[in-house]
Write a protein that binds this ligand. Structure first.
Ligand SMILES: [Zn+2]
Length: 246
């Protein structure tokens, strides 16, 4: 808590705005008591630009820092893939295979995979404004189903049991395992080739035996999932592309 009444510290704006080569960039401003210096970050997943500043840094310094890095921000943002919304006609990967979103506004039904005129498709019913949410919910449900099957398989092989499986939209990691044995995964894994989702399931289940990344942990993962290096390589190369969708 800051005693603005006595110290008269003006509140920080949530964002800074800078201009670079005719383009305007919005930069989220985060003041952190633990920050030792000003740092600038561009999320390769979402394109969000964040400037973190120490408790006592003044706004003018922060603004000048951001402006001095305009070219760097522009370069980073140019590398962020453009978003593909879950709208009618969009092409979305499901288990690594392109599916077109086909909208049937006049019919009733549950979102499902069908064979469309130009290949596999995700058929969505109902009013247009609901299409993106329905596609997303469908993909999340598919992710949860695939993950439940894969987790069960690796739990059986390693003689462990998972407390709970949660599917989220995470940007920093694809899966996690809590000390209590709850597993959490990104629903976006269902967009990738099945090998990748399978690998994440094996990885997190192995954490139920070894809650660390020691050589022993990696040996365990590779015992149940021999293509570990291949899956890790896929995520390194293509992982950020999965964040384009929705
Ligand atoms: Zn891990």
């Amino acid at each position: 808590m800051r005693f603005a009444l006595f110290r008269r510290i003006p509140a920080d704006p949530p964002q800074l705005k800078i201009q670079h080569a005719g383009e305007a960039f919005k930069i989220a401003l985060k003041r952190r008591p633990t920050a030792k210096r000003i740092t600038l970050r561009v999320s390769s997943a979402t394109g969000e630009v964040v400037l973190t500043i120490p408790e006592r840094a003044d706004l003018g310094t922060a603004q000048r820092f951001a402006e001095a890095h305009g070219a760097w921000i522009a370069t980073r943002l140019a590398r962020v893939p453009t978003r593909i919304a879950f709208e009618p006609g969009a092409v979305v990967p499901l288990r690594g295979v392109a599916h077109r979103v086909i909208h049937r506004p006049a019919a009733r039904g549950t979102t499902r995979v069908v064979e469309g005129p130009d290949g596999p498709a995700i058929e969505v019913f109902g009013e247009t404004p609901h299409v993106p949410r329905r596609v997303r919910e469908f993909l999340e449900a598919e992710a949860k189903r695939d993950l439940a099957v894969a987790v069960k398989r690796y739990c059986t092989r390693l003689g462990v049991s998972a407390k709970r499986i949660t599917v989220r939209d995470t940007t920093s990691r694809w899966g996690s395992c809590s000390a209590r044995g709850a597993l959490s995964f990104s629903w976006r894994l269902v967009l990738a080739p099945p090998m990748v989702l399978d690998y994440l399931a094996a990885h997190e289940v192995a954490h139920l035996r070894e809650l660390n990344h020691s050589p022993r942990f990696w040996r365990l993962v590779k015992t149940v999932f021999p293509q570990t290096d291949e899956a890790e390589e896929w995520l390194k190369r293509h992982g950020s592309e999965l964040h384009r969708f929705g």
